[in-house]
Design a protein around this ligand. Structure first.
Ligand SMILES: Cc1cc2nc3c(=O)[nH]c(=O)nc-3n(C[C@H](O)[C@H](O)[C@H](O)COP(=O)(O)O)c2cc1C
Length: 254
């Protein structure tokens, strides 16, 4: 059976592409996925926030210790001398490219426009075949309409298209009121593909121990219905619906 497909302008031997996850941190695991039939691999995301946080911590550690010996400070290495989050990510892009024969799709989550552009360029230069934008904007301003949020995504995409030439895939959350229209707008703005949908960490707050409880529910097959279900009541009494929401979860019961 011919399962070849075109994805992001790339000819793939089948449509099975493992999505972004820590599995791509290991070359051995990437090799196993390739030999099991993966036709391309999406890497875990590079988070601009993590790059910045590490750089700031390094600056504090090396340059703001206030030891009282200003002259001695000059002998300390520069914080840029140490490989950081970004270097490690770019090295992993290069190592995976050298290891695998299937296309490699890197993944980026930026914060600032400059960060998105700089890191996207560096990822392209490191050899990635395509870039997925793990883009997620938390719309917390009650005065901000949805159209403005959509515009942010479109503007970001248009900016990046001017700076990199590899295909761009937009990874979306399900939180758009008109998903298909959003996808159409992204296509017109130059996206070569979209991934539906991202799954976000939804940590809980343990009020008894005053700490965050990490929480990530693996998907179930019934979530394939997410698109048609969105915005309507998804009753667990419905025939063929085997999905039971986690205790206390009212996410799809609107
Ligand atoms: C442990 C774990 C780590 C993940 N890391 C990333 C990541 O770095 N970047 C990203 O865009 N998505 C990440 N995801 C989301 C997955 O790529 C995928 O989009 C999501 O799990 C939805 O697919 P599912 O419905 O089959 O679970 C991660 C998911 C899991 C479970």
């Amino acid at each position: 059976m011919d399962l070849t497909t075109n994805y992001l302008g790339m000819q793939l031997k089948n449509p099975l592409v493992p999505s972004a996850s820590p599995l791509s941190r290991s070359l051995e695991m990437a090799r196993i996925m390739e030999s099991a039939g993966a036709s391309a691999l999406i890497m875990y995301s590079l988070f601009e926030e993590a790059v910045t946080a590490e750089e700031e911590a390094m600056v504090r550690f090396l340059h703001h210790q206030e030891t009282g010996f200003g002259e001695a400070d000059g002998f300390l290495p520069d914080h840029m001398d140490f490989p950081g989050e970004l270097d490690r990510y770019l090295e992993q892009v290069a190592a995976l490219k050298a290891t695998l024969e299937i296309p490699l799709i890197a993944s980026l989550n930026g914060v600032t426009t400059g960060g998105w552009i700089d890191h996207a360029r560096e990822i392209q230069d490191a050899g990635a075949d395509a870039l997925e934008l793990n883009v997620y904007y938390i719309a917390a301003d009650i005065d901000q309409p949805g159209s403005q949020v959509e515009q942010r995504y479109l503007e970001l995409l248009k900016q990046l298209k001017q700076h990199i030439s590899i295909p761009i895939n937009m990874k979306l959350s399900s939180a758009f009121s008109s998903v298909s229209n959003m996808v159409k707008q992204l296509e017109e703005a130059g996206a070569q593909g979209v991934s539906l949908f991202n799954r976000f960490y939804q940590p809980d707050i343990d009020i008894h121990n005053l700490r965050l409880t990490p929480c990530l529910h693996p998907s179930t097959s019934s979530e394939v219905l997410l698109c048609p279900c969105a915005g309507s009541r998804c009753s667990t009494d419905a025939p063929n619906c085997h999905w039971a929401p986690p205790v206390g979860c009212t996410r799809w019961m609107t």
